[in-house]
Design a protein around this ligand. Structure first.
Ligand SMILES: Nc1ncnc2c1ncn2[C@@H]1O[C@H](COP(=O)(O)OP(=O)(O)OP(=O)(O)O)[C@@H](O)[C@H]1O
Ligand SMILES: [Mg+2]
Length: 801
């Protein structure tokens, strides 16, 4: 270890020990130090760096400064704005202060350079390796040291430099660093470094452990908190379980009380067991619970059979509630009698068919009353999904039983009178055909084990008395129709309406409004006027409504004038109560317009008269049908046209009359779609009238299908049509000869007022329609077995069949 002396300015350091080969920035603020730096810079000399023994000493004396330090090069100086300096220094070599040079401005010291003396003995090598390994771990453990410290140190082969480099990277106390600096023998230095490293490692490990422990501590308290929360949740849940348990007990009781058949009882208990294992609030549990409730709520207990019905009493009840309808009531009592005898309903299902307001629903209610049974009604109007009848499978969200089972549950008994309203308004579509499900419901051979998709178990419907209602029959699927016995309620004549009003509607409505018989008296003439001028319907619903209106108006007067007030309603005061008449009775004395004929239609609202108008204008032979005519009707207009053309000469027209004219056929009330073949003869007559400029007899109306050769084919719904014609004041009615057989069905007082003219050919029709005589063709015979064309149009239209 050699030495040589030099004089250098001294920079006392606070808290830092600079090793050789170390490059680092220093911040210099003390005046003395700044002067020392300036001196060194001006003489291009190095500087001596040595640490203060006490870093807080601002005015250190020579004795306060360690003798051993490092000679360093100044690489860069930066003057900062606050007067201090930032100096980048690079340690070069150890040095030892021999003496302080007298200098009042800054420290200047005489230095002994210390040269290193490396001896690469195996021991030193081993030491270096050990230091390397520990340093490696140390760096990895201590996040404050950059990882490149390892890279920077590995390639150094000189032991002294190796030790110094590693020491410079390490973070430990100034005191220890100084000791390391003062250890001049590289082997000793490595030894010391190793022990420092090891103890640092220990400290680090302990630090880590403490850290871990603290974290664990924190985790534990968090865990405790979490577990506590869980316990709370579980306890809450346990409370729910209690609630759930009482729920379960209730369900169990319900099942017991329901008196289900054995296998259904088994199913319900099985389902209940499943439910008990479920999460109480889960969706699954809700589904299971609803299902069990359905099973338990359905009436399973067999009640009184049909044997208890007393026929005379039943007859009495039917008569009490309904005026007229003798045939229907008779058929119903027969049905009840059969049921009483066989104790089961095996016969066909009754279907009450007729226009609105003729008492279908109320008849159903009466039947239930007569049998002493509950009455339940569901509407099938607009049902187009099989599942609406038969229910949805439980796998669907929000699944429920179908309308049948729902109705049974609502009735609360297993043997209600069950009315299936508007069976003709049911539709089939891609979701399946509801009528096929209904077939099963209505078939006595099958319905003892009706299977609802939701219930899954069979329900016995054989004690239910089903009654269907429909406005029209042609839209009821044939297989369904086959299972029904249709009882037609075609609508009421004026006389019947009068009877219903006097004997049923008034006695019902008057007390309903808090009035007595003495308060209100309606003369026959007034009633007749209400029927004719304020309503035009087959049933009595509007009549009932008008009577209710009258009652309301009378109530107002009675309230004003006192309870004793008595009001007599005559035709002349009617207007004050009901307003201006809505319909006026057609006057048939005056002539009809040329080109106009009266036809008859049959709709779901009953029979209807309709006026057909033809206008001939110059053109080129076009036929223009307007008023929303359906295809069948348009074809029938064409047929009528062809017929008239073929008979042109008989009507006194030139053969090519049609080439110069257009023919406009219109049926007023354009907004209502109309279809069907039964206006054929009416259109032909209207054409003849327009072409020959001859008016029809005003009191005549007609209905019938026309063939191209002029034959008249039969039509449906004659009864309804005749009633409508009667309402309209028609006295001459031309009907297809084949419909003559239906005349006896028509109420007598109507028959009395209308003269029927059966027609086999168009010639007959022409003959009875005009006063004027046209030439007729030779007699043609009509084949007897010709059936009317079947119409499949199901749209709610004016069906002229
Ligand atoms: N023959 C009758 N005797 C007594 N009242 C009747 C008679 N016909 C109908 N009514 C009364 O007319 C009203 C309408 O009858 P209801 O509701 O039964 O008609 P509906 O045929 O079911 O009609 P919809 O096809 O519109 O359902 C009821 O108040 C009913 O009591
Ligand atoms: Mg009804």
């Amino acid at each position: 270890m050699g030495s040589e002396k030099i004089v250098l300015p001294l920079l006392p350091l606070r808290d830092i020990v600079v090793f050789p080969f170390m490059v680092l920035p220093l911040f210099v603020g003390r005046e003395k130090s700044i002067l020392a730096l300036e001196k060194s810079m001006s003489e291009k000399k190095s500087v001596f760096l040595s640490a203060q023994r006490n870093s807080s000493n601002n005015e250190p004396q020579p004795t306060d400064i360690y003798e051993t330090g490092t000679i360093a090069n100044i690489l860069q100086i930066l003057k900062l704005t606050d007067g201090t300096m930032k100096v980048l220094v690079e340690g070069l070599q150890r040095g030892r202060i021999e003496s302080f040079v007298k200098n009042s401005d800054y420290f200047e010291v005489e230095i002994n350079r210390i040269h290193e003396n490396d001896q690469l003995t195996p021991e030193v090598k081993a030491l270096m390796r050990s230091v390397g390994t520990v340093f490696d771990q140390y760096v990895k453990l201590n996040q404050k040291i950059p990882l490149d410290a390892i890279a920077a140190s590995t390639n150094i082969l000189e032991p002294h430099r190796y030790a110094d480099t590693i020491a410079s990277y390490m973070v430990f106390q100034t005191q220890e660093k100084q000791e390391l600096l003062e250890t001049l023998n590289p082997r000793d230095r490595l030894n010391k470094l190793l022990s420092i490293l090891k103890s640092e490692m220990e400290v680090l490990k302990i630090e880590k452990r403490v850290h871990g422990r603290v974290r664990k501590q924190m985790e534990r308290s968090q865990k405790e908190f979490y577990l506590n929360e869980q316990i709370k949740a579980i306890q809450k849940e346990l409370g729910k379980r209690d609630e759930f348990k009482t729920d379960m007990d209730e369900l169990k009781q319900k099942i017991k009380k329901a008196k289900m058949p054995k296998e259904i009882h088994e199913k319900a208990t099985k389902e209940l067991k499943r439910l008990e294992l479920m999460q109480p609030m889960s969706a699954e549990a809700t589904v299971a619970r609803t299902y069990i409730e359905w099973l338990a709520d359905l009436p399973w207990k067999k009640g009184a059979g049909a044997g208890k019905i007393k026929i005379p009493e039943a007859q009495k009840i039917l008569d009490q509630d309904h005026y007229g309808l003798e045939k229907v009531k008779e058929r119903i009592t027969e049905h009840l009698a059969v049921m009483k005898l066989v104790k089961k309903i095996k016969g066909p299902i009754i279907c009450l068919a007729g226009p609105p307001g003729v008492g279908k629903t109320s008849l159903g209610q009466s039947i239930a009353k007569a049998m002493g049974r509950k009455f339940i009604r569901i509407s099938l109007g607009g049902v187009r999904d099989e599942a609406e009848i038969r229910g949805h499978r439980r796998t669907y969200i929000g699944a429920l039983p179908g309308k049948i089972i729902q109705g049974i549950k609502k009735s609360g008994v297993h043997n209600p009178v069950f009315m299936l309203d508007e069976i003709d308004k049911m539709n089939a579509d891609f979701r399946g055909d509801p009528s096929s499900a209904l077939l099963e419901v209505l078939d006595p051979e099958q319905n003892f084990s009706f299977n609802d998709h939701y219930l899954e178990v069979d329900y016995d419907l054989s004690n239910v008395l089903f009654i269907c209602t429909a406005n029209v029959l042609h839209s009821i699927p044939q297989p369904l129709l086959d299972r029904m016995e249709v009882l037609r309620l075609p609508g009421y004549t004026d006389q019947e309406k009068m009877g219903i009003a006097k004997n049923f509607l008034l006695p019902k409505k008057v007390p309903e409004h808090g009035l007595t018989k003495k308060n209100i008296e309606i003369t026959d003439k007034a009633l007749d006027s209400i029927i004719h001028n304020y309503t035009r319907e087959s049933g009595v619903r509007n009549l009932e409504r008008e009577i209710a209106t009258l009652c309301r108006k009378v109530v107002k007067i009675v309230v004003e004038k006192g309870k004793k007030t008595s009001i007599k309603i005559t035709p002349s005061v009617l207007k004050n109560f009901l307003g201006i008449p809505k319909f006026t009775r057609p006057e048939h004395e005056g002539p009809l317009e040329i080109g106009t004929a009266t036809g008859l239609a049959w709709t779901e609202f009953g029979g209807e008269t309709l006026s057909i108008e033809v206008s001939v204008i110059s053109g080129n032979g076009k036929l223009v049908p307007t008023g929303q005519l359906g295809d069948v009707m348009k074809e029938s207009a064409q047929a009528a046209m062809t017929y008239v053309r073929s008979r042109a000469s008989d009507f006194g027209m030139s053969k090519n009359f049609y080439q110069k004219n257009d023919f406009h056929i219109h049926i007023p009330e354009g907004a209502v779609p109309k279809d069907g073949p039964s206006a054929g003869i009416t259109m032909a007559v209207a054409l003849v009238s327009a072409l020959t400029k001859t008016p029809l007899r005003p009191e005549v109306a007609m209905t019938g299908e026309l063939t191209l050769t002029g034959k008249v084919l039969p039509i449906g719904g004659l009864k309804e049509k005749v009633l409508a014609a009667h309402r309209f004041g028609i006295t001459r009615l031309i009907i297809p000869a084949e419909n003559e057989k239906d005349i006896p069905d028509i109420p007598e007082n109507v028959r009395k007022n209308i003269e029927f003219f059966p027609a086999t050919t168009m010639d007959d029709v022409i003959k009875h329609s005009f006063h004027k005589k046209f030439k007729t063709k030779k007699k043609i015979t009509v084949p007897k077995n010709k059936k009317p064309a079947k119409i499949s149009s199901k749209q709610p239209s004016l069906h002229l069949s």
